[in-house]
Design a protein. Structure first.
Length: 342
C-alpha cells in the first residue's frame, strides 16, 4: 500500500520556502500492551480526534548547508515549544534521505502541530515521527510504501523507548482497530483490520500523570529476570485475554469484551504498571456502568479506557471520570473511521 504524501489545497511554497505537509493521529491500545514487546498480539486502534500535522520547510538561506533539521511543536495543551533535535529524529531525517536518495543539504525546519498530550500513551512520539516522515516525502516528492514509513518511524521510536513494539508506528496511521503481531527483527510486523460486530465506544481519560513507557518496559523485563517462569505466565495470560477480546469484538459481545479489558488491567496492576490514580479512574468507570476498564499504553501513568455501548452511556462515564479527577476525556467509536492520516 502506498501512503498518501500530499495535502490537497495547501500551497507547496510559502514565500521563499518550499513546504511539505504530513499528517497522522493518536492511537490507543485496547489490549495486549507490554506483551507485544515479546511478540504476543495486541489490539490497537486510531484516535482521529487527536490529529498531528507536520510542516516541513527548506530554508535556502541558512548557513552551513549541513542538512541539519530544527524542530518545534505547537499544541493546544502546551503551547509552542522548541524541541531539541533528538538523536531519533535526526536519524530519521538522515535515513529518509539515504533511502530516498535525497542529496539536498539545505537546512530543514519542522513545525509539528500536535493535539496529542505528551507522555500519555496516546502515541504522540510515533504520530509526530509519522507526520514528519510524510511531510518529508511531500517536500521531496517521494512516494513511500507503508513498510518504509513504518521502518522510518521505528528508527525514532526505538531511540525514544528503547525497544518499541511497532504498535504505535502502525496505529498512528490506521483507520480502524487492528490486530498487531510482531514478526522477527528483520521483517515488518503484520497488522490486519479486526472485524467489529458491535457499535461500541471507548471513553479515554487522561489521568494527568505522565506515563513512562521506557521505564515500564525495562521494569517489567527486570521483574521477569528475577522470578523464574514469570514471563511465561504473563504472556500466557495476556494471549488468552487478547484472543478473547478479538473474538468478542468481532461477534459483538460487549459485556465479555469489557470483562477482558478489566482482567487485563488486573494483570498490569499485578505487575506494578498501574498507579493509584489510574486505579481510581478504572473503579469510577466501572461504578458508572462501563462494561470494562483498564489502563492503556506503557503504564506508570498516562491514560485509561472504558467501554460503553452507546453515546449516552459514554457521556455519563466521561462525566464520572472527570468528577473522579480525569484531566481530559475523549470518546471514540470502535467502528472504522472515515478519517485518514495523510
Amino acid at each position: 500500500m502506498t501512503s498518501p504524501t500530499s495535502a490537497q489545497g495547501l500551497p507547496r511554497h510559502f514565500g521563499t520556502r518550499r513546504i511539505g505537509i504530513g499528517r497522522a493521529h493518536g492511537k490507543i491500545i485496547l489490549i495486549g500492551e507490554h506483551a507485544a514487546v515479546y511478540g504476543a498480539p495486541a489490539l490497537a486502534g486510531p484516535v482521529p480526534q487527536l490529529p498531528v500535522t507536520a510542516s516541513v520547510a527548506q530554508l535556502p538561506d541558512a548557513e552551513g548547508g549541513s542538512g541539519e533539521a530544527s524542530f518545534s511543536v505547537t499544541s493546544a495543551v502546551t503551547g509552542t515549544v522548541a524541541m531539541k533535535a533528538t538523536d531519533g529524529l535526526q536519524r530519521l531525517v538522515v535515513e529518509f534521505k539515504e533511502r530516498t536518495e535525497v542529496t539536498d543539504q539545505q537546512h530543514i525546519d519542522v513545525v509539528v502541530d500536535c493535539e496529542i498530550p505528551l507522555g500519555r500513551g496516546l502515541g504522540s512520539s510515533a504520530a509526530c515521527a509519522r507526520a514528519i516522515v510524510l511531510g518529508l516525502a511531500d517536500l521531496y516528492d517521494r512516494e513511500l510504501d507503508e513498510d518504509t514509513v513504518f521502518e522510518l518511524v521505528q528508527i525514532a521510536e526505538n531511540v525514544a523507548h528503547g525497544r518499541a513494539s511497532g504498535v504505535d508506528a502502525l496505529a498512528t496511521g490506521a483507520r480502524a482497530p487492528f490486530l498487531f503481531s510482531a514478526g522477527t527483527a528483520d521483517t515488518l510486523p503484520t497488522a490486519r483490520e479486526t472485524p467489529i460486530g458491535l457499535d461500541g465506544f471507548l471513553v479515554i481519560a487522561d489521568s494527568g500523570e505522565a506515563g513512562g513507557t521506557r521505564e515500564a518496559v525495562e521494569m517489567l523485563r527486570a521483574s521477569f529476570g528475577r522470578e523464574e517462569g514469570s514471563q511465561e505466565r504473563f504472556l500466557t495470560r495476556a494471549n488468552e485475554l487478547t484472543g478473547a477480546a478479538v473474538r468478542d469484538l468481532a461477534e459483538g459481545r460487549v459485556a465479555e469484551l469489557g470483562e477482558s479489558f478489566t482482567a487485563y488491567h488486573e494483570l498490569l496492576r499485578a505487575a506494578a504498571l498501574s498507579t493509584q490514580r489510574i486505579d481510581a479512574l478504572v473503579e469510577a468507570a466501572l461504578a458508572a456502568g462501563s462494561h470494562g476498564a483498564k489502563i492503556s499504553g506503557g503504564g506508570l501513568g498516562g491514560c485509561m479506557i472504558a467501554l460503553a455501548d452507546g453515546t449516552d452511556q459514554a457521556r455519563h462515564i466521561e462525566t464520572r471520570l472527570r468528577e473522579a479527577g480525569a484531566a481530559r476525556t475523549w470518546t471514540t467509536p470502535l467502528k472504522r473511521s472515515t478519517d485518514r492520516a495523510s
